[in-house]
Design a protein around this ligand. Structure first.
Ligand SMILES: Nc1ncnc2c1ncn2[C@@H]1O[C@H](COP(=O)(O)OP(=O)(O)O)[C@@H](O)[C@H]1O
Ligand SMILES: [Mg+2]
Length: 214
Protein backbone atom coordinates (compact mmCIF):
# COMPACT_ATOMS: atom_id res chain seq x y z
CA UNK A 1 0.00 0.00 0.00
CA UNK A 2 1.17 3.53 -0.75
CA UNK A 3 2.09 5.68 2.22
CA UNK A 4 0.41 9.08 2.23
CA UNK A 5 1.67 10.51 5.49
CA UNK A 6 4.77 9.57 7.43
CA UNK A 7 6.41 10.69 10.64
CA UNK A 8 10.11 10.03 10.99
CA UNK A 9 11.78 10.48 14.37
CA UNK A 10 9.55 13.41 15.23
CA UNK A 11 10.28 15.13 18.53
CA UNK A 12 8.39 18.01 20.05
CA UNK A 13 8.71 19.78 23.39
CA UNK A 14 6.88 22.73 24.80
CA UNK A 15 8.44 25.22 27.13
CA UNK A 16 6.10 25.44 30.06
CA UNK A 17 6.82 27.73 33.00
CA UNK A 18 10.57 27.46 32.54
CA UNK A 19 10.49 23.67 32.07
CA UNK A 20 10.83 21.71 28.86
CA UNK A 21 7.86 19.40 28.52
CA UNK A 22 8.74 16.62 26.09
CA UNK A 23 5.50 15.60 24.36
CA UNK A 24 6.80 13.54 21.43
CA UNK A 25 10.17 11.80 21.35
CA UNK A 26 11.43 10.27 18.10
CA UNK A 27 7.96 9.24 16.99
CA UNK A 28 7.77 7.30 13.72
CA UNK A 29 4.79 5.83 11.92
CA UNK A 30 3.30 5.64 8.44
CA UNK A 31 -0.29 6.14 7.35
CA UNK A 32 -1.22 4.18 4.22
CA UNK A 33 -3.41 5.88 1.63
CA UNK A 34 -7.17 5.31 1.87
CA UNK A 35 -7.20 4.07 5.45
CA UNK A 36 -8.70 5.19 8.72
CA UNK A 37 -5.82 5.64 11.11
CA UNK A 38 -6.74 6.16 14.74
CA UNK A 39 -4.56 7.81 17.37
CA UNK A 40 -5.75 6.84 20.80
CA UNK A 41 -4.41 7.80 24.18
CA UNK A 42 -5.37 9.55 27.34
CA UNK A 43 -5.87 13.28 27.48
CA UNK A 44 -2.53 15.10 27.39
CA UNK A 45 -0.69 12.28 25.65
CA UNK A 46 0.07 14.33 22.54
CA UNK A 47 -2.68 13.45 20.03
CA UNK A 48 -3.53 17.04 19.12
CA UNK A 49 0.17 17.84 18.88
CA UNK A 50 0.66 15.03 16.35
CA UNK A 51 -2.21 16.30 14.18
CA UNK A 52 -1.24 19.98 14.50
CA UNK A 53 2.32 19.24 13.35
CA UNK A 54 1.09 17.52 10.17
CA UNK A 55 -1.23 20.43 9.39
CA UNK A 56 1.55 22.96 9.90
CA UNK A 57 -0.16 24.65 12.84
CA UNK A 58 2.97 23.98 14.86
CA UNK A 59 6.61 23.12 14.10
CA UNK A 60 8.58 19.98 14.91
CA UNK A 61 11.79 20.36 16.94
CA UNK A 62 13.41 17.40 15.19
CA UNK A 63 12.48 14.81 12.62
CA UNK A 64 10.36 14.98 9.53
CA UNK A 65 6.74 14.70 8.44
CA UNK A 66 6.13 13.85 4.80
CA UNK A 67 2.86 14.17 2.90
CA UNK A 68 3.15 12.27 -0.37
CA UNK A 69 6.55 13.30 -1.70
CA UNK A 70 6.56 16.58 0.14
CA UNK A 71 8.30 17.30 3.44
CA UNK A 72 5.66 19.38 5.19
CA UNK A 73 7.27 19.80 8.59
CA UNK A 74 9.97 22.21 7.47
CA UNK A 75 8.08 23.70 4.52
CA UNK A 76 7.46 27.45 4.36
CA UNK A 77 4.22 28.62 6.01
CA UNK A 78 2.86 29.68 2.62
CA UNK A 79 3.22 26.14 1.29
CA UNK A 80 1.63 24.67 4.42
CA UNK A 81 -1.29 27.08 3.99
CA UNK A 82 -1.64 26.12 0.34
CA UNK A 83 -1.70 22.42 1.28
CA UNK A 84 -4.46 23.12 3.82
CA UNK A 85 -6.49 24.80 1.09
CA UNK A 86 -6.00 22.09 -1.50
CA UNK A 87 -5.08 18.73 0.02
CA UNK A 88 -5.27 18.55 3.79
CA UNK A 89 -8.51 19.13 5.68
CA UNK A 90 -8.60 19.66 9.43
CA UNK A 91 -11.46 19.30 11.89
CA UNK A 92 -10.92 20.86 15.29
CA UNK A 93 -12.37 19.30 18.39
CA UNK A 94 -14.62 22.31 18.67
CA UNK A 95 -16.08 22.59 15.21
CA UNK A 96 -15.39 26.32 14.63
CA UNK A 97 -18.35 26.61 12.26
CA UNK A 98 -19.21 30.22 11.57
CA UNK A 99 -22.36 30.81 13.62
CA UNK A 100 -23.94 33.42 11.35
CA UNK A 101 -23.68 31.22 8.25
CA UNK A 102 -25.90 28.25 7.44
CA UNK A 103 -24.52 24.76 6.75
CA UNK A 104 -24.39 25.30 2.99
CA UNK A 105 -22.58 28.65 3.30
CA UNK A 106 -20.13 27.26 5.86
CA UNK A 107 -19.07 24.63 3.33
CA UNK A 108 -19.22 26.77 0.18
CA UNK A 109 -17.10 29.57 1.62
CA UNK A 110 -14.37 27.13 2.65
CA UNK A 111 -13.67 26.21 -0.98
CA UNK A 112 -10.87 28.32 -2.40
CA UNK A 113 -10.46 26.85 -5.88
CA UNK A 114 -10.47 29.92 -8.17
CA UNK A 115 -11.37 27.74 -11.17
CA UNK A 116 -14.73 26.88 -9.59
CA UNK A 117 -17.69 29.19 -10.01
CA UNK A 118 -19.86 29.96 -7.02
CA UNK A 119 -22.60 27.77 -8.50
CA UNK A 120 -20.18 24.83 -8.87
CA UNK A 121 -19.13 25.23 -5.23
CA UNK A 122 -22.77 25.28 -4.19
CA UNK A 123 -23.44 22.08 -6.14
CA UNK A 124 -20.46 20.33 -4.55
CA UNK A 125 -21.57 21.51 -1.10
CA UNK A 126 -25.14 20.29 -1.68
CA UNK A 127 -23.83 16.92 -2.80
CA UNK A 128 -21.67 16.65 0.30
CA UNK A 129 -24.58 17.59 2.54
CA UNK A 130 -26.66 14.86 0.91
CA UNK A 131 -23.82 12.34 1.42
CA UNK A 132 -23.77 13.31 5.08
CA UNK A 133 -27.54 12.92 5.49
CA UNK A 134 -27.92 16.66 5.87
CA UNK A 135 -29.61 17.48 2.57
CA UNK A 136 -32.59 18.98 4.37
CA UNK A 137 -30.43 21.00 6.76
CA UNK A 138 -28.57 23.16 4.22
CA UNK A 139 -30.24 26.38 5.38
CA UNK A 140 -29.81 25.68 9.09
CA UNK A 141 -27.29 27.68 11.08
CA UNK A 142 -25.03 25.77 13.52
CA UNK A 143 -27.20 26.66 16.53
CA UNK A 144 -30.17 25.08 14.74
CA UNK A 145 -28.32 21.79 14.34
CA UNK A 146 -27.70 18.96 16.79
CA UNK A 147 -24.16 18.19 17.98
CA UNK A 148 -23.88 15.25 15.60
CA UNK A 149 -25.14 17.31 12.66
CA UNK A 150 -22.71 20.14 13.44
CA UNK A 151 -19.84 17.71 13.60
CA UNK A 152 -20.86 16.29 10.19
CA UNK A 153 -21.02 19.79 8.66
CA UNK A 154 -17.52 20.43 10.04
CA UNK A 155 -16.20 17.26 8.39
CA UNK A 156 -17.99 18.08 5.11
CA UNK A 157 -16.43 21.55 5.18
CA UNK A 158 -12.97 20.15 5.92
CA UNK A 159 -12.95 17.78 2.95
CA UNK A 160 -14.80 19.97 0.42
CA UNK A 161 -12.73 20.46 -2.72
CA UNK A 162 -11.28 16.97 -3.10
CA UNK A 163 -8.97 16.93 -0.13
CA UNK A 164 -6.72 13.88 0.05
CA UNK A 165 -6.14 13.79 3.79
CA UNK A 166 -8.46 14.56 6.68
CA UNK A 167 -6.94 15.23 10.09
CA UNK A 168 -9.74 15.04 12.65
CA UNK A 169 -9.08 15.91 16.28
CA UNK A 170 -11.52 14.01 18.48
CA UNK A 171 -14.34 14.26 15.94
CA UNK A 172 -16.49 11.86 17.92
CA UNK A 173 -15.75 12.81 21.51
CA UNK A 174 -18.80 15.04 21.96
CA UNK A 175 -21.16 12.59 20.27
CA UNK A 176 -23.49 9.95 21.66
CA UNK A 177 -23.09 6.32 20.57
CA UNK A 178 -25.45 6.56 17.58
CA UNK A 179 -23.89 9.72 16.20
CA UNK A 180 -20.41 8.36 16.79
CA UNK A 181 -21.24 5.19 14.84
CA UNK A 182 -22.78 7.34 12.11
CA UNK A 183 -19.59 9.42 11.86
CA UNK A 184 -17.40 6.33 11.63
CA UNK A 185 -19.71 4.92 8.91
CA UNK A 186 -19.36 8.21 6.99
CA UNK A 187 -15.56 8.02 7.37
CA UNK A 188 -15.56 4.48 5.97
CA UNK A 189 -17.72 5.61 3.04
CA UNK A 190 -15.35 8.50 2.25
CA UNK A 191 -12.38 6.13 2.29
CA UNK A 192 -14.10 3.63 0.00
CA UNK A 193 -15.72 6.08 -2.43
CA UNK A 194 -13.15 8.88 -2.59
CA UNK A 195 -9.96 7.16 -1.49
CA UNK A 196 -9.70 9.72 1.31
CA UNK A 197 -7.14 9.05 4.05
CA UNK A 198 -8.26 9.90 7.58
CA UNK A 199 -6.19 10.32 10.71
CA UNK A 200 -8.39 10.82 13.75
CA UNK A 201 -7.69 11.05 17.43
CA UNK A 202 -9.78 9.83 20.32
CA UNK A 203 -9.18 9.62 24.05
CA UNK A 204 -11.87 6.94 24.17
CA UNK A 205 -10.03 3.68 23.53
CA UNK A 206 -13.29 1.79 23.82
CA UNK A 207 -14.70 3.38 20.66
CA UNK A 208 -11.71 2.23 18.69
CA UNK A 209 -12.41 -1.42 19.29
CA UNK A 210 -13.30 -2.88 15.93
CA UNK A 211 -11.59 -0.14 13.94
CA UNK A 212 -8.66 -1.15 11.83
CA UNK A 213 -5.73 0.81 13.08
CA UNK A 214 -2.30 0.41 11.68
N1 LIG B 1 1.13 25.28 23.02
C1 LIG B 1 1.46 24.56 24.10
N2 LIG B 1 2.26 25.06 25.07
C2 LIG B 1 2.62 24.33 26.14
N3 LIG B 1 2.20 23.07 26.37
C3 LIG B 1 1.40 22.51 25.46
C4 LIG B 1 0.97 23.22 24.28
N4 LIG B 1 0.18 22.40 23.55
C5 LIG B 1 0.10 21.24 24.26
N5 LIG B 1 0.83 21.30 25.38
C6 LIG B 1 1.01 20.20 26.36
O1 LIG B 1 1.45 19.08 25.63
C7 LIG B 1 0.86 17.89 26.13
C8 LIG B 1 0.14 17.19 24.99
O2 LIG B 1 -0.98 17.96 24.60
P1 LIG B 1 -1.98 17.52 23.47
O3 LIG B 1 -1.21 17.22 22.23
O4 LIG B 1 -3.03 18.56 23.39
O5 LIG B 1 -2.57 16.14 24.06
P2 LIG B 1 -3.94 15.39 23.74
O6 LIG B 1 -4.49 15.95 22.48
O7 LIG B 1 -3.56 13.95 23.63
O8 LIG B 1 -4.85 15.63 24.90
C9 LIG B 1 -0.05 18.31 27.26
O9 LIG B 1 0.62 18.10 28.47
C10 LIG B 1 -0.28 19.78 27.02
O10 LIG B 1 -0.51 20.46 28.21
MG1 LIG C 1 -6.30 16.88 22.11
Amino acid sequence: MTTLLSYRNVSKSYRDGGFDLSVLFELSFEVPQATLFALSGRSGSGKSTILNLAAGFDDVDNGEITFGEQIVSSAPKTLQEKLRRTDIGFVFQRTHLLPELNALENITLSMHDPSMSFQMKRDVAMELLADFNLGDRAKHRPEQLSGGQRQRVAVARAIAGNKKLLLADEPTSSLDDDNRDHMIAIFRGLIEKRGLTIVMSSHDTHMLTGLTTS
